[in-house]
Design a protein around this ligand. Sequence first.
Ligand code: JHZ
Length: 418
Amino acid sequence: MLVTNKTGDARIGHCRICNAQIAPFMSFGRMPIANGFLKPDEIESEYFFELAPAFCDACGMFQLIEQPQPEKMFHQQYAFYSSTSRYMQRHFEAFAHAVINGPLAGRADPFVVELGSNDGIMLQHFQRCGLRHLGVEPSANVADMARNRGISTVTTFFNSKLAADISAEHGSADAILAANVMCHIPDLPGVAAGVQRLLKSDGIFVFEDPYLGDMIAKTSYDQIYDEHVFIFSATSVRRAFAPFGLELVDVAPQVTHGGSMRYTLAPKGSRKASESVDQQLTKEAVLGLDRAETYLKFKTNCESSRIGLTQTLERLRGQGKRIVGYGATSKSTTVINYCKITPEQIEFISDTTPIKQGRLSPGAHIPVRPYGEFLERYPDYALLFAWNHAAEIREKETGFVAAGGRWIVYVPEIAIVS
Ligand code: JHZ
């Protein structure tokens, strides 16, 4: 069943992959667009939807039952620039070189396509090696930045029709790549059909996204927000792509974004699957990722986390402490709105991304300020919204801790650390 909410966005009663009936196992309540940082005059027209995840017993896909239209999330003002983290820059350099020196090695004039190529953080390495490449990126501002760096990019959404056009113009792809993108696409079957159409019969499709197993184990519920219509596991990925002749041939855990998984798929029968696939599928069965009760336990853990964080903030405010948020992440939108954090509790959120600065956080309208303001006058506590970059951040913020500052963290549990 597909119904629409008042704003015309699709709300589903069936699995987006296998069509089985599904129902949400919890709700995080009304949520704004996670990257919808606002100018003060935009408050009146702020958009909200219900953030409610469901788990499909039939195919194992974890998904949102309602997602805003893509154009509301990805546009000429898209606020997330991939290159903001030095660690992520190194990560994508290593990803690119693993593909260049692995599956592409020895191929004559290979062609690489990246879906959701953002500001070109990964494709720049193919470009530097003189390899034919094309980025597909629907958010015009980040796509422009990539083009300005000389990276071939088209500003549009990927689908089967575009796959045919690309194929006609450039030939089939030796490799199709995507990072933190596939989990954003509600019509995953449509994109899988496009990948099948564009990929060479001996090509590979490699993508990585936040991993369901990590999210469940760490109660990192902030991975759930409008853009992440799916949170994948090896089990659900294997099943979702099989109808398109794409076989899961490798999985590799990544530390990025608080725990991600890199999936490699290939046309069925073209490559031998590595042992990692069966091992991961077994691990997921042991973790209970295929069972509904796992998600009910997760719901209870989310509620406990919310109570713990709310009480911590109230206690510190009661003591008159200054608290500032660190990193206006997409994830923080879920935490802030689910925990009902207010501008009275959090003075501002520090962020290095120019487009977010001077704006208000979605929903709660906490001011987002340039990083310089954090440095100028350290708060007593910094709530680490960018917890997935903790190593990089804590390494560069030794001055904050030396001045007596403390970090409030909430993944995997609520803690105050120095
Ligand atoms: P970060 C993004 O999520 C968006 P987000 C996207 N939807 C996705 O799928 C995931 O990635 C995987 C700032 N920062 O990387 C920069 C500092 O201020 O956790 C960013 O605004 N100082 C595509 O938004 C934010 O924090 C710093 O030192 O949750 C980090 O956002 C660092 C390192 C970052 O992703």
